[in-house]
Design a protein around this ligand. Structure first.
Ligand code: MN
Length: 449
């Protein structure tokens, strides 16, 4: 008997104001719904889808029960879509469920819309679901190349969604679960941002909750233009549980339980129900079997009104523009920070290059120089003051120090220092003239400051 060990994470992303994704995890069922339409509608539609399918499947845990649950959810959303404020709401829905069939245990993956299911088995990643978008349908019909899909204007235009029409046909694939299988369900906010190789490498690592968180964080780091949801589920097999009875007995293939779905209105989608014997045999060997009808050849009919399509295009345009704005604001802040650092560095250098003042001699005169000796970068040492008296008009004892240069903190301090020396000299000269007998005394040299 197998169970799912599952964990999910959802995030509004980098540009959307609200999160219209919903998810659900249980040990036999995991779901993701990506709602759309109106201000509140998308959120409501996604919540209804997840709630209805979770409770309906709980009361009938078979393949038929899962298909019925999808139809119940579709009906409920379609009915409530008539309420004011919820007009035109709809949602994608992708689910994976473990069910018992006469042929043994099976893992079913069902989807409507462009939310995806992936299987990681033995290190290989395989996409189990097909997107129900105009672009993806065109690729399947061979009308455009696969590489064009990501840029095609129809990539967000869904051809199937829950709640938009009276009935809906989910795609269903089934496979035999194996211990060690890891499933990923995700909304398009994740698959649009991450390439397949990055998806695989992040999905491989850690517990389901670790992988889900890492995937959502990576999608956010790539831009997070849309709501992002990831559910990661490991298939865990109870070793005491009985193995698949069909495999043990080796009996001839019994038909799988059919999944019946009413066909869509207007001759839309007819479901093939009974898989061929070949498909049953492949399911035994672990091959993935498409239970529902292939979508090739189905007329492409967008489920959204032209008005809703315009609204989504506008929304996307706005999301891109606000992302660009954010990027340019970040760029401007970065440049400002660099400019501030440069201006600060220049101020420090200029302060160092010009803050030094030296009183010294030049020829027979006395001057004050500003700047570092020999100059510094863009600031040469220059004369900022010339005294109107020469070396001979200061005390003889002070002259050697002045010739070597006396540093002062400012131009004024340097002038004041030299003028002080000159005053001492005048004083001593005066004493000589008045015939004073006291020998001339000079104030001892003491640099000021
Ligand atoms: Mn989305």
């Amino acid at each position: 008997m197998s169970t799912l060990r599952a964990a999910g994470t959802t995030d509004a992303g980098q540009v959307r104001g609200q999160n219209q994704d919903s998810f659900f995890v249980r040990d036999d069922l995991v779901l993701i719904a990506d709602g759309m339409g109106g201000y509140a509608g998308g959120e409501v539609a996604a919540e209804i889808a997840v709630d209805v399918v979770a409770s309906a499947f709980a009361s009938d845990t078979t393949a038929r029960g899962l298909a019925e649950a999808f139809h119940d959810a579709n009906r409920r959303i379609f009915e409530r879509g008539g309420e004011p404020g919820l007009e035109g709401m709809g949602t994608t829905l992708v689910g994976a469920a473990l069910v018992a069939t006469p042929a043994g245990e099976r893992l079913l993956v069902a989807n409507v819309g462009d939310s995806r299911g992936y299987l990681l088995r033995d290190g290989a990643l395989r996409q189990l679901t097909e997107d129900h978008s105009v672009a993806a349908e065109l690729v399947r019909m061979g009308r455009i190349e696969e590489q064009e899909e990501g840029e095609h204007p129809g990539r967000h235009v869904l051809t199937r969604a829950l709640g938009v029409e009276e009935d809906v046909a989910p795609d269903v694939v089934e496979l035999e679960p194996r211990a060690g299988d890891r499933l990923l369900l995700c909304s398009d906010g994740l698959s649009n941002e991450l390439g397949e190789s990055e998806l695989r490498s992040l999905l491989e690592v850690g517990e389901p909750s670790d992988a889900a968180r890492a995937l959502v964080a990576a999608a956010n780091a790539h831009g997070g233009l849309d709501n992002i949801t990831a559910v990661v589920a490991d298939v865990v097999t109870d070793p005491t549980g009985a193995a698949s009875p069909a495999r043990e007995s080796g009996t001839s293939p019994e038909p799988l339980e059919a999944i019946e779905a009413p066909s869509g209105p207007g001759g839309g989608v007819a479901l093939a129900v009974a898989p061929s014997a070949v498909a049953v045999a492949e399911a035994r060997t672990g091959t993935i079997t498409r239970v529902s009808a292939p979508t090739i050849g189905v007329p492409i009919r967008p489920v959204l009104t032209a008005r809703e399509q315009r609204r989504r295009r506008r929304e996307e345009y706005r999301a891109r523009r606000s992302l660009n704005k954010w990027v340019s604001i970040r760029g401007a802040v970065f440049l400002l920070a660099i400019a501030a650092v440069l201006v600060g560095a220049y101020a420090v250098l200029r302060w160092y290059g010009t803050s030094n003042y030296v009183a010294t001699v030049q020829g027979r005169g006395i001057i004050v120089l500003q700047g570092q000796t020999g100059g510094f970068l863009w600031w040469p040492q220059k004369v900022v003051y010339r005294f109107d008296y020469g070396q001979q008009q200061i005390p003889q004892l002070a002259r050697p120090a002045l010739r070597a240069g006396v540093q002062e903190p400012s131009r004024a301090a340097a002038i004041q220092y030299v003028n002080g020396l000159h005053a001492q000299w005048k004083h001593s000269v005066g004493n000589e003239r008045t015939g004073s007998t006291t020998s001339t005394t000079y104030a001892p040299y003491a640099p000021q400051g």
